[in-house]
Design a protein around this ligand. Sequence first.
Ligand code: FPP
Length: 239
Amino acid sequence: MPTPGDSISVPKHIAIIMDGNGRWAKERGLKRSDGHRAGAESVRECVEICKELGVEFLTLYAFSVENWKRPKTEIASLMTLLERFLKDKTPELNEKDVRLQAIGRLNDIPPKTLRQLHRSIEETSDNSGLTLILALSYGGREEIIDGIKSILHHVEEGHIDRAMIDPDLFSKHLYTRYYPDPDLLIRTSGEMRVSNFLLWQISYAEMVVTKKYWPEFRKDDLREAIVEYSRRQRRYGAI
Ligand code: FPP
């Protein structure tokens, strides 16, 4: 297992599809909300280990645009959990020099949760260690559509000429314009899908899928995923 001094290649940006909270709870005869609560503890551990290993950006798929189709009670319990998590953990984020950010159609989030999110972002804005990015009400296709609309607006205003549109310029119109693309994409609970997550940004990411459910995915599992990433040769289509 690597420690901060080991010569493994630590990804600059890790993105995680946190899946399996519901199945984890069901297998234990618990409620889905118990699964989400246990999942929040995995979030805490992963933030901690990323900070220890020197990962610069960690993006977590916490709530997708598709998740709005879940029962109202589950959505409410997820939003309350998120709000509490942010309120309770913001001092810890500050202690650990973690800056919180969020991407997605944030205006869809219930006002009380959104206010806490903005407060936590504001209170951690001066931190310069790990950047923790929560994808909330996030969809990759929706982000691409929003990016196209933003470019069109700039074209109409005369700030962009259509000849200037290339992948670099397009990236600057995505929610993720301030961050590098993920180097490593992790998905828990064994599904081999990307589920509308960072579709543009994961073009060259290494993918690690683990069978573990998200609430079981802890520090050592993240370390292991980084070791696996480290082993792979990344050639970006070259020979
Ligand atoms: C997927 O499990 C997980 C989610 C939809 C939400 C992720 C939320 C958390 C980990 C809780 C806390 C988050 C933060 C940032 C504090 P699932 O419900 O889709 O599981 P299933 O596929 O087994 O039903």
